[in-house]
Every structure is written in structure tokens, then in C-alpha cells.
Design a protein around this ligand. Structure first.
Ligand code: SF4
Length: 305
């Protein structure tokens, strides 16, 4: 079970191995302001996390990174379908992730078709070329894996129907990532505007092609402020676009409310006091931000509006 509201579980087949062959934790490389307080790095540096490597998410690529088929195999054997956030502890389109690992990972996702997989990257510029040439290698892996797991051979559908592809948009600068997601063949495309660090404007013609936008303020120690009006502005843009599921995940640990006290002249900024320290309890959201929707291809349902 994950405490990320938009998925059910997380899976991390890429990890380090220790000299004794045991799981040695995770690694990634920070790339943008959205990475500053990376929760995955914090877990990886924590004494309380069983799979912590103790490595900061900087520096050289560790030599002992591996791709675990055992971890992916467990998903194939699960009966109940889940929303699976894959590679939550790293960036699967980082240049330390080989094409072979990606091919195999996506082939496992095809055969574990009871699940919906969600991948999120801050390096989407690698995706269009990769997915344009990956169809055949993934198809071959799928055939092999179906034999290995004694599953019936069935039609290979492309793009992978149970794979959602997304990128992070934390500030205006990072909106340039969106075009790469739009150029990637995908059944479902989503944006994660978390941590939302400023007012971000997205072209309507781009939002029209996006299936879901997740929005959230930063949480955790030292969380940067998130103005509720930034969240509201993003919600309003999505509502004006065509069929975008909106998922307001959290207001963050430092949510700021604005109030105009002399019309057109002066505005006050106040920290909103919430019981939930991540600002993730929907009951504490302002009425207009209580929106958590999921895209279903050609259809969507609202958990609560
Ligand atoms: S890309 Fe994601 S996992 Fe990697 S450092 Fe940035 S926030 Fe953390």
C-alpha cells in the first residue's frame, strides 16, 4: 500500500546490490528545482527505511545498480489489479537506465495486464525516440515472458494500454517537458504539478491532449510555500481544456492563502493551518479544490468532487 494518493502501490525493479547480493537501496540524480527536497532521497538516507542505500541523489552513477526480474515477477502473480507507480525511487529515463532494462520492464507491464502502471519522469526528452523504436523488442520479450509464466499468447497491443506516461511540471520552465510527452505514443498521458513552486501557465492545446493533471504543494521538512491560487489557476486551466481529469493531491506543508484587503491595492499572504501535516486531507481543502478524478480511456470517474 502506498501513501501516494494517486496510486495503490509502488514498485522499484532498479536498485543497488550489496556485496552479499542483498538489496542495497536506491539512487537517482537531481536535475531540477522539483528535486530539491526529493522524498525518495530522504527515504534512501533514512535509518528507518529498510531499503536505504545511504547515498545522496548526486554524483557518479553507482556501479552496483541492477534490474530485478524477481520484483517484476511478483506483479505478474498478483491476482488483484492495482494502480502501480513504477520506478517511484528513481527516474526511469535517467541515462543510467539502459534500453534493455526499459524493454524488459515494459514487457513485464504488458503481461501483468491486470495492473495499471504509472511512470513519471523529469527527463521526458528521451521518451519519444525510445518508444518509437521499442515496440519490436518489447513484443519479443512479451512472447518469451508469456512462455516463461505459462500465459496464453495473445495480441500485442501498442501503445501499451495499461501504461500511463507522465512528466513533472513544477514551474514555468519545466512546461517545456510537456511536448516530449505529447510526442510519445501512450494510452494515457499525465502531468504531475507537484511540488507546485509558482504560478504555471500551460497552453490549452497541450492540455487538451493530456488525460490527467495531478496538483500538489510540497510537503516535508523545509517545504517551500504553495499558494492556493497557484493550485486554483491550474485547476481552472484544466477545467477549460477538453476532458482533463484533475487530481488535487495535497495543499502541501506550507500552503499559503491570499486575501485582498484593499481591492486592487494590497494583498495579504497567510499560512493556512491544517491538521494533516502534508495538507493531503481532502476534507481540509477549500470546497472548490476538492477534486480527485482519474482518467479511464474514453471515460473517467470521480472519486469525490
Ligand atoms: S528525478 Fe525524481 S527521484 Fe530523481 S532526484 Fe528528482 S525527484 Fe528524486
Amino acid at each position: 500500500m502506498s501513501n501516494i494518493q494517486w496510486c495503490d502501490i509502488t514498485v522499484n525493479p532498479i536498485h543497488l546490490v550489496k556485496a552479499d547480493g542483498k538489496h542495497g537501496g536506491h539512487w537517482c540524480h537531481k536535475i531540477s528545482p522539483g528535486c530539491t527536497h526529493c522524498y525518495a532521497e530522504a527515504m534512501n538516507l533514512s535509518n528507518y527505511f529498510i531499503f536505504a542505500s545511504g547515498l545522496a541523489y548526486t554524483g557518479q552513477v553507482p556501479e552496483n545498480l541492477v534490474f530485478s526480474e524477481i520484483i517484476m515477477s511478483k506483479l505478474v502473480k498478483m491476482k488483484k489489479g492495482e494502480r502501480v507507480f513504477a520506478f517511484s525511487m528513481t527516474d526511469c529515463f535517467g541515462d543510467w537506465v539502459s534500453v534493455d532494462w526499459l524493454d524488459l520492464a515494459f514487457a513485464y507491464m504488458v503481461i501483468a495486464s491486470q495492473h495499471t502502471f504509472q511512470i513519471l519522469t523529469k527527463r521526458p526528452e528521451r521518451m519519444p525516440d525510445y518508444f518509437r523504436s521499442a515496440q519490436e523488442p518489447i513484443r519479443k520479450h512479451v512472447e518469451d515472458l508469456r512462455r516463461k509464466f505459462k500465459l496464453p499468447q495473445s495480441e500485442f497491443v501498442w501503445p501499451i494500454p495499461n501504461l500511463w506516461i507522465g512528466t513533472t511540471v513544477e514551474n514555468q520552465e519545466s512546461t517545456k517537458r510537456i511536448i516530449h510527452v505529447l510526442e510519445t505514443p501512450a494510452a494515457v498521458r499525465f502531468l504531475s504539478c507537484e511540488p507546485l513552486l509558482e504560478l504555471v501557465s500551460i497552453k490549452k492545446e497541450w492540455l487538451d491532449l493530456i488525460d490527467q493533471v495531478i496538483i500538489g504543494g510540497e510537503s516535508g521538512p523545509g517545504a517551500r510555500p504553495c499558494q492556493l491560487d497557484w493550485i486554483r489557476f491550474m485547476v481552472n486551466q484544466c477545467q477549460r481544456a477538453s476532458d482533463v481529469a484533475i487530481f488535487v493531491k495535497q495543499l502541501g506543508s506550507n500552503p499559503i492563502q491570499t486575501a485582498c484587503y484593499i481591492k486592487g491595492v494590497a494583498t495579504t499572504y497567510q499560512k493556512l493551518k491544517l491538521k494533516d501535516k502534508k495538507g493531503g486531507s481532502i476534507d481540509e481543502f477549500p470546497e472548490d479544490l476538492r477534486i480527485r478524478q482519474f482518467p479511464v480511456p474514453q471515460k473517467r470517474f470521480a472519486i469525490r468532487q
